[in-house]
Write a protein that binds this ligand. Structure first.
Ligand code: ATP
Length: 352
């Protein structure tokens, strides 16, 4: 659906003596129906990259292929036409304060020269879709932030786009309104089959609605993959830092470290030893009693130190850090048994 190939965006440095890369050789492939997240810290190059998709930003080099067509090779008039199939929503909504909800949603259609009665036929269902039927004649100043963003979404949908670009669309909203807006985007993705590319600096947003994600840092992609995979096994340190609280349940708090060390260094009876392990469960493995079955089968005991269960893409996902006690042979067999049932097992050699 969208292929960004070798995208590089170069700027002159402030002193005019050198070059600065906002994006450097970035390759991204978005499939039809994806809700695709682009995440990174401030200045990572996210906006630059996403604005290349509709050529609001023309890259210094690289190609932008949308539905098989290379936008960088198009004439201005071809590009204008193509841009109609790519809607965009913004952090600060970008509504016209002098126009009502109806007037804002109708604007792109008026500019395209659509007759008034056709515009009405088009606009009213969109306003209903985003839940603003009661506010149709209100001005932006009479709306909440969440309602303004809904107007932005309806306006973006007015030209029947195939793709919706979202540039930090929920960053100015409170958590509850963010939830409602994300649910609306998910509904649009599902019901209208719209492909969505969203920039955010919040992993929570990615976790809730994206199916794939790229992590950017200093103009380059440092990690990419299915959201569940990236959360389960974040490889890059930027990703790990951005996951923040989601990973907190993996780190043994300082107050527990000494106690855990002592337990690990104290052998049990009959050659039994204590081992520190972390289990990561995804999907159906969270509902099966894999751990208790392994422990009874191989005569092991366990003590839970830390745990968290969460939901990503309607799939359960969790981590559990435990101390397991048993003979070394039984312990090894139990780890194999657990791993064979789709649970990721890591033996932690360092408590910290
Ligand atoms: N027109 C420009 N001229 C020079 N530098 C620019 C220009 N546009 C962006 N930059 C720089 O490119 C880098 C990437 O900016 P970009 O806005 O893409 O980052 P971002 O990840 O979207 O960050 P934020 O979340 O803060 O918007 C930043 O260092 C920014 O200052």
């Amino acid at each position: 659906m969208i292929e960004l190939k070798h995208i590089t965006q170069e700027y002159d440095t402030a002193d005019g003596k050198g070059k600065f890369f906002a994006c450097k050789d970035v390759n991204v492939h978005v499939k039809p129906g994806d809700i695709f997240g682009i995440i990174g810290r401030s200045g990572a190059g996210k906006s630059t990259l996403v604005r290349c998709i509709n050529l609001l930003n023309r890259p210094t080099s690289g190609s932008v292929i949308v539905d098989g067509k290379d936008l960088t090779k198009m004439s201005e008039s071809e590009l204008r036409e193509e841009r109609r199939s790519i809607g965009m929503i913004f952090q600060h909504f970008n509504l016209l304060s002098s126009r009502t909800v109806y007037g804002n949603v109708a604007l792109p259609l008026e500019l395209a020269g659509m007759p008034k009665d056709k515009i009405r036929e088009k606009v009213m269902p969109l306003i209903e879709l985003v839940g603003l039927s009661e506010h149709v004649n209100k001005y932006p100043s009479q709306l909440s932030g969440g309602q303004k963003q809904r107007v932005g979404i309806a306006r973006a949908l007015s030209s029947d786009p195939k793709i919706l670009l979202s540039d930090e669309a929920t960053s100015a909203l409170d958590p509850e309104t963010t939830q409602a807006t994300l649910q609306l985007l998910k509904k649009i993705n599902k019901e209208l089959g719209l492909t969505i590319v969203m920039i955010t600096h919040e992993m929570d947003v990615v976790k809730q609605i994206c199916n794939r994600v790229v992590v950017m840092n200093k103009g380059v992609v440092v990690e990419e993959g299915a959201v569940l995979e990236v959360f389960r096994d974040p490889k890059n340190e930027v990703t790990q830092a951005m996951l923040g609280t989601a990973l907190a349940a993996r780190t043994i708090p300082a107050s527990m470290v000494e106690r855990v060390k002592k337990v690990l260094n104290t052998p049990g009876e009959n050659g039994r030893k204590n081992h520190l392990i972390r289990l990561t469960f995804v999907g159906s493995s969270t509902t099966e009693p894999v751990l208790s079955r392994a422990c009874s089968k191989f005569d092991l005991d366990f003590n839970i130190l830390l745990g968290q269960v969460d939901e990503i893409q309607s799939e359960s996902y969790g981590t559990l850090t435990i101390v397991m006690e048993g003979t070394t042979e039984n312990f090894r067999q139990a780890l194999n048994y657990i791993a064979e049932r789709g649970v990721r097992v890591e033996e932690l050699t360092n408590v910290i």
